[in-house]
Design a protein around this ligand. Structure first.
Ligand code: ZN
Length: 148
Protein backbone atom coordinates (compact mmCIF):
# COMPACT_ATOMS: atom_id res chain seq x y z
CA UNK A 1 0.00 0.00 0.00
CA UNK A 2 1.32 3.40 -0.91
CA UNK A 3 1.37 5.76 2.01
CA UNK A 4 1.62 9.47 1.54
CA UNK A 5 4.36 11.09 3.54
CA UNK A 6 3.28 13.76 5.96
CA UNK A 7 5.02 16.33 3.84
CA UNK A 8 3.11 15.26 0.72
CA UNK A 9 -0.10 15.46 2.67
CA UNK A 10 0.74 19.00 3.80
CA UNK A 11 1.51 20.02 0.23
CA UNK A 12 -1.75 18.51 -0.93
CA UNK A 13 -3.78 20.49 1.61
CA UNK A 14 -2.03 23.74 0.72
CA UNK A 15 -2.45 23.21 -3.02
CA UNK A 16 -6.10 22.36 -2.56
CA UNK A 17 -6.77 25.64 -0.76
CA UNK A 18 -4.67 27.57 -3.25
CA UNK A 19 -6.58 26.17 -6.23
CA UNK A 20 -9.99 26.46 -4.63
CA UNK A 21 -9.78 29.18 -1.99
CA UNK A 22 -12.60 29.27 0.56
CA UNK A 23 -14.35 32.53 1.40
CA UNK A 24 -12.52 34.43 -1.31
CA UNK A 25 -14.10 37.72 -2.29
CA UNK A 26 -15.49 40.80 -0.62
CA UNK A 27 -17.72 40.57 2.37
CA UNK A 28 -20.47 43.18 2.44
CA UNK A 29 -21.46 44.55 4.77
CA UNK A 30 -18.39 44.26 6.98
CA UNK A 31 -17.27 45.86 10.21
CA UNK A 32 -13.55 45.76 9.55
CA UNK A 33 -11.45 45.66 6.41
CA UNK A 34 -7.67 45.63 6.47
CA UNK A 35 -5.15 45.48 3.68
CA UNK A 36 -1.72 44.15 4.46
CA UNK A 37 1.16 42.83 2.41
CA UNK A 38 4.37 40.93 2.66
CA UNK A 39 6.86 42.88 0.55
CA UNK A 40 9.46 40.11 0.80
CA UNK A 41 7.36 37.91 -1.42
CA UNK A 42 4.81 40.28 -2.94
CA UNK A 43 1.85 38.71 -1.15
CA UNK A 44 -1.25 40.82 -0.60
CA UNK A 45 -4.26 40.20 1.61
CA UNK A 46 -7.40 42.22 2.10
CA UNK A 47 -9.31 40.82 5.04
CA UNK A 48 -12.99 41.45 5.75
CA UNK A 49 -14.57 40.75 9.13
CA UNK A 50 -18.12 41.00 10.34
CA UNK A 51 -18.99 40.62 14.00
CA UNK A 52 -22.17 39.57 15.70
CA UNK A 53 -21.56 40.67 19.24
CA UNK A 54 -18.36 38.88 20.16
CA UNK A 55 -18.59 36.29 17.38
CA UNK A 56 -16.77 36.45 14.08
CA UNK A 57 -19.91 35.90 12.08
CA UNK A 58 -18.38 36.59 8.67
CA UNK A 59 -14.85 36.46 7.31
CA UNK A 60 -13.58 36.67 3.76
CA UNK A 61 -10.46 37.72 1.93
CA UNK A 62 -9.18 39.04 -1.34
CA UNK A 63 -5.58 38.70 -2.25
CA UNK A 64 -2.83 37.56 -4.49
CA UNK A 65 0.58 36.09 -3.99
CA UNK A 66 2.26 32.79 -3.44
CA UNK A 67 0.38 29.57 -2.77
CA UNK A 68 1.34 29.52 0.90
CA UNK A 69 0.05 33.01 1.67
CA UNK A 70 -3.24 32.46 -0.13
CA UNK A 71 -3.80 28.91 1.11
CA UNK A 72 -3.07 29.95 4.67
CA UNK A 73 -5.64 32.77 4.44
CA UNK A 74 -8.19 30.40 2.94
CA UNK A 75 -7.68 27.83 5.70
CA UNK A 76 -7.88 30.59 8.27
CA UNK A 77 -11.27 31.85 7.09
CA UNK A 78 -12.67 28.34 7.17
CA UNK A 79 -11.53 27.80 10.72
CA UNK A 80 -12.32 31.24 12.18
CA UNK A 81 -15.88 31.64 10.97
CA UNK A 82 -18.24 31.28 13.94
CA UNK A 83 -15.55 31.47 16.61
CA UNK A 84 -15.54 34.18 19.24
CA UNK A 85 -13.01 36.97 18.91
CA UNK A 86 -11.18 35.54 21.90
CA UNK A 87 -11.00 32.03 20.43
CA UNK A 88 -9.89 33.46 17.09
CA UNK A 89 -7.10 35.41 18.74
CA UNK A 90 -5.95 32.35 20.68
CA UNK A 91 -5.91 30.28 17.49
CA UNK A 92 -3.88 32.92 15.66
CA UNK A 93 -1.40 33.01 18.52
CA UNK A 94 -0.98 29.24 18.53
CA UNK A 95 -0.41 29.24 14.77
CA UNK A 96 2.26 31.89 15.26
CA UNK A 97 3.85 29.82 18.04
CA UNK A 98 3.78 26.73 15.84
CA UNK A 99 5.43 28.62 12.98
CA UNK A 100 8.06 29.95 15.36
CA UNK A 101 8.79 26.37 16.37
CA UNK A 102 7.66 27.05 19.93
CA UNK A 103 4.68 24.71 19.75
CA UNK A 104 4.20 21.34 18.11
CA UNK A 105 0.71 22.12 16.90
CA UNK A 106 -2.12 19.91 18.09
CA UNK A 107 -3.77 18.19 15.10
CA UNK A 108 -7.02 17.75 17.05
CA UNK A 109 -7.31 21.46 17.71
CA UNK A 110 -5.86 22.72 14.43
CA UNK A 111 -7.21 20.27 11.87
CA UNK A 112 -5.89 21.05 8.39
CA UNK A 113 -3.96 24.00 9.77
CA UNK A 114 -1.18 21.66 10.86
CA UNK A 115 -0.33 21.59 7.15
CA UNK A 116 1.25 24.99 7.67
CA UNK A 117 3.86 23.31 9.82
CA UNK A 118 5.42 22.00 6.62
CA UNK A 119 6.45 25.60 5.95
CA UNK A 120 8.57 25.92 9.11
CA UNK A 121 11.44 24.31 7.21
CA UNK A 122 11.47 27.24 4.79
CA UNK A 123 12.03 30.30 7.02
CA UNK A 124 11.60 32.74 4.15
CA UNK A 125 8.05 31.40 3.70
CA UNK A 126 6.96 31.80 7.31
CA UNK A 127 6.00 35.43 6.72
CA UNK A 128 3.86 34.26 3.81
CA UNK A 129 2.03 31.76 6.01
CA UNK A 130 1.49 34.30 8.78
CA UNK A 131 0.34 37.25 6.67
CA UNK A 132 -3.36 36.38 7.00
CA UNK A 133 -3.05 35.55 10.69
CA UNK A 134 -1.26 38.77 11.60
CA UNK A 135 -3.88 40.70 9.65
CA UNK A 136 -6.58 38.82 11.56
CA UNK A 137 -5.05 39.76 14.92
CA UNK A 138 -5.09 43.42 13.91
CA UNK A 139 -8.65 43.07 12.67
CA UNK A 140 -9.79 41.51 15.94
CA UNK A 141 -8.25 44.38 17.81
CA UNK A 142 -10.06 46.85 15.62
CA UNK A 143 -13.31 44.92 15.86
CA UNK A 144 -13.15 45.03 19.63
CA UNK A 145 -13.39 48.81 19.58
CA UNK A 146 -16.83 50.32 20.05
CA UNK A 147 -18.63 50.71 16.75
CA UNK A 148 -21.62 52.55 15.46
ZN1 ZN B 1 4.63 34.44 -0.21
Amino acid sequence: MVRMSLEDLYKEVILDHYRAPRNKGRLDPHDVVLERNNPLCGDEIELFLRFDGDTVEGIAFEGKGCSISQASASMMTEKIQGLSAKESGALAESIKAMMAGEEEGDPDALGDLVALKGVVKYPVRIKCALLGWNTLLEGLEEGGKPRG
